[in-house]
Design a protein around this ligand. Structure first.
Ligand code: CA
Ligand code: CA
Ligand code: ZN
Length: 235
């Protein structure tokens, strides 16, 4: 029996999903079709010998579809988010490597402008999402990024608290470092350092005080932006 390959673009999609959801369940993953698939036209069949919707330009034995298990085992990441991200990029024209996606009783097709439509096939696709790839030689072979790492993952309140504490600690130690550095270079080598509290040091070096305040303000802006970007969406 001829060996077959999964078209490289879908291999890359799976690889990216593995990297954003390393502990994901793979029990409903699938590539080459089983006996049931072989009886009908399916992108899961070997495109050189099986029933497929399109005859491609090469003679490579390829499978043009992948099923990916819905259970990502990540607290803030769902297959719905992955599907919406991928379909959104297809709809916007940034992504051209897919022909259609089926997930949870819905289908999105290139031929339909990636509009969401109800899917009423035998398999409702509640356990896996199905991605059908292009048969175009260049597109099927492209391992360009699917940008799954750009999926905005909601932070939990616990995440936010942890993040805020980390940033606060980092800001404090950065400020201390600035003060200490400034203090040391103000002294001639060998001179006895004047031990003062940070507050007094700041009073002696107003320029540094301003700079530190600016740094803290900058960090605060970043924290606000970060927290604002990721509203808690726990329903
Ligand atoms: Ca082929
Ligand atoms: Ca091909
Ligand atoms: Zn499938």
């Amino acid at each position: 029996m001829a060996t077959w390959i999964l078209v490289p673009c879908l291999g890359r999609l799976r690889q990216e999903l593995n990297s954003i959801a390393p502990g994901r369940d793979k029990s409903s993953d699938g590539t080459i079709g089983d006996t049931a698939h072989r009886g009908r036209v399916s992108d899961h069949n070997d495109d050189e010998v099986g029933k497929v919707p399109i005859r491609d330009a090469d003679s490579k034995h390829e499978v043009h579809a992948i099923d990916l298990d819905v259970d990502l085992r990540e607290p803030n990441l769902t297959m719905e988010m992955v599907v919406q991200h991928v379909v959104g990029r297809c709809r916007g024209g940034a992504e051209r490597r897919l022909r259609y996606v089926i997930y949870n009783r819905r289908i999105w097709e290139a031929s339909q402008g990636w509009r969401q439509r109800a899917y009423s096939g035998d398999n409702a696709h509640t356990q896996h999402a199905h991605f059908s790839a292009s048969y175009d030689t260049k597109l099927e072979a492209s391992t360009a990024s699917w940008h799954l790492e750009d999926i905005p993952v909601a932070l939990t309140d616990a995440d936010k608290k942890w993040l805020a504490a980390q940033i606060d600690r980092a800001a404090t130690s950065a400020a201390e470092r600035v003060w200490k550095t400034k203090w040391n270079i103000n002294f001639a080598p060998g001179a006895k350092p004047y031990v003062a509290e940070a507050g007094s040091i700041v009073a002696h070096v107003p320029g540094e005080h301003t700079r530190t305040e600016e740094m803290v303000a900058e960090i605060n802006t970043k924290v606000d932006k970060l927290l604002g970007q990721a509203p808690s969406t726990q329903a």
